[in-house]
Ligand binder design. Structure first.
Ligand code: HEC
Ligand code: CU
Length: 395
């Protein structure tokens, strides 16, 4: 067939390939619209950027590339600190990654085919001198082509549904075997309460779990609750995100294979300090988890040297918000402080837990974490010193 054929030809006279070509040729209409944008045709449209600005834009672009490359490098160079969901070190994160790559590959193939046809049409049917007079044949409807592009996507979507629902079912139907660790994580504005009901341990912001060794999976099962608003619990290298919803209990599990510290954060905007609501998961090598449990089960220290600080702490309303196990401090609004010094960070990963930051926190928590729900307690310098030396004994 020729492109000059009259537009009212019955569709039946064309082969499948002809028809595809003709449909693609319709895309060449785009070309006409592009003339609007062409400075040669429409000089008002585009004015070249001044030289100086062009250089500046180029420099800015190069600088941002360098910054991004730097981030990628540090992230990859330090495996313990990576929060890269493409480097899973646990089930179900591994399973989720495999599925994502499959879906990505299918979508990439579709993308390449579509863009390939588009480029072909643009090049093959581009405007040529002398084209003004003729119009491409106007074809409406072709059962074969329309059947093909209806059935194919249905098949593709069906495959995607099958693999996805299989993975979801796999992850959600996993049952806790005897010996699994159970913990309850409660989201608060803006910190995480962590309880191990079977072990009698309560801590905050740093979830300790055992690693699996090759012979034996050692999963941890979590129940997720919220004390206030919606949060979301996410440690990219261990598992997918799970919402933490008020008045509802969600659950999740993971089975890390490599000991280390895994970082995560609240993944659902939950108010002012949402960005400082970090989670650490400390995965212990086999055997070490039991040691941590034994330490946490121990009673709170009562060192005679810290009696002054103890007195100030118990004379103030600290006790209404914080628990120190075995004492009259039974508040549940803030983190449990029984073994405060066993934690690496303060205030949900806001700062490392050091003498200076602890001091700064007790002096005025609003300086370190603006808007957090612990008020400035207006202690004098002496009182701050005394309280901090007491807190430092809570190992
Ligand atoms: C009105 C309740 C309230 C009172 C009173 C209160 N706190 Fe807090 N405290 C909190 C909350 C809530 C947090 C968690 C803040 C965050 O991370 O966003 C917190 C966090 C802390 C932390 C950090 C714990 C951790 O693991 O990150 C320490 C230490 C602490 N408080 C000590 C004290 C001391 C000492 C006093 C008394 C001088 C006191 N708090 C009084 C509510 C309170
Ligand atoms: Cu949150």
């Amino acid at each position: 067939m020729g492109r000059s054929k009259e537009s009212d030809c019955p569709a039946g006279e064309y082969s499948m390939a002809d028809r595809l070509e003709m449909m693609l040729s319709m895309l060449s209409h785009i070309k006409r619209e592009q003339n609007d944008l062409n400075p040669a045709v429409n000089p008002r449209r585009t004015q070249a950027l001044p030289e100086r600005l062009r250089w500046r834009a180029l420099l800015g672009f190069a600088a941002s590339l360098v910054v991004i490359a730097g981030q990628v490098h540090t992230a990859f160079g330090n495996p313990a600190q990576v929060t890269n969901l493409l480097q899973p070190l646990s089930q179900p994160a591994q399973e989720i990654k495999d599925l994502s790559l499959l879906v990505l590959a299918i979508c990439a193939a579709i993308f390449l085919i579509v863009v390939g046809l588009l480029v072909y049409a643009i090049v093959r049917f581009r405007h040529r001198p002398g084209d003004e007079a003729s119009e491409p044949p106007q074809i409406y409807g072709s059962n074969q082509i329309e059947t093909a592009w209806t059935v194919l996507p249905i098949l593709i979507v069906f495959v995607l549904i099958l693999v996805t629902s299989r993975t979801i079912a796999d992850i959600q139907n996993r049952k806790a075997a005897p010996g699994a660790v159970h913990a309850t994580v409660v989201g608060h504005q803006w910190w995480w309460e962590i309880r191990y009901p079977e072990l009698g341990i309560v801590t905050a912001n740093e979830l300790h779990v055992p690693a699996s060794d090759n012979s034996r999976g050692q999963p941890t099962f979590l129940k997720l609750q919220s004390a206030d608003v919606a949060h979301s619990f996410w440690i990219p290298q261990l598992a997918g995100k799970t919402d933490v919803i008020p008045g509802r209990e969600n659950s999740m599990w993971f089975e890390p294979t490599q000991p280390g510290t895994y970082l995560g954060n609240c993944a659902e905007y939950c108010g002012m300090q949402h960005a400082r609501m970090l989670i650490r998961v400390i995965v212990h090598p086999p055997g070490e988890f039991e040691r941590w449990v034994a330490e946490q089960k121990g009673a709170a220290a009562e060192e005679p040297s810290a009696q002054d600080g103890r007195r100030v702490f118990f004379a103030n309303s600290c006790v209404n918000c914080h628990t120190i196990r075995g004492t009259s401090a039974q508040g549940a609004f803030g983190p449990d402080l029984t073994h405060l010094m066993s934690r690496e960070t303060l205030a949900s990963g806001t700062t490392p837990n050091t003498l200076e930051t602890l001091r700064a926190w007790v002096r005025d928590p609003q300086k370190l974490k603006v808007g957090c729900l612990m008020p400035n307690m207006q202690m004098t310098d002496t009182e701050v010193d005394q309280i901090v030396s007491y807190l430092q004994t809570l190992k």
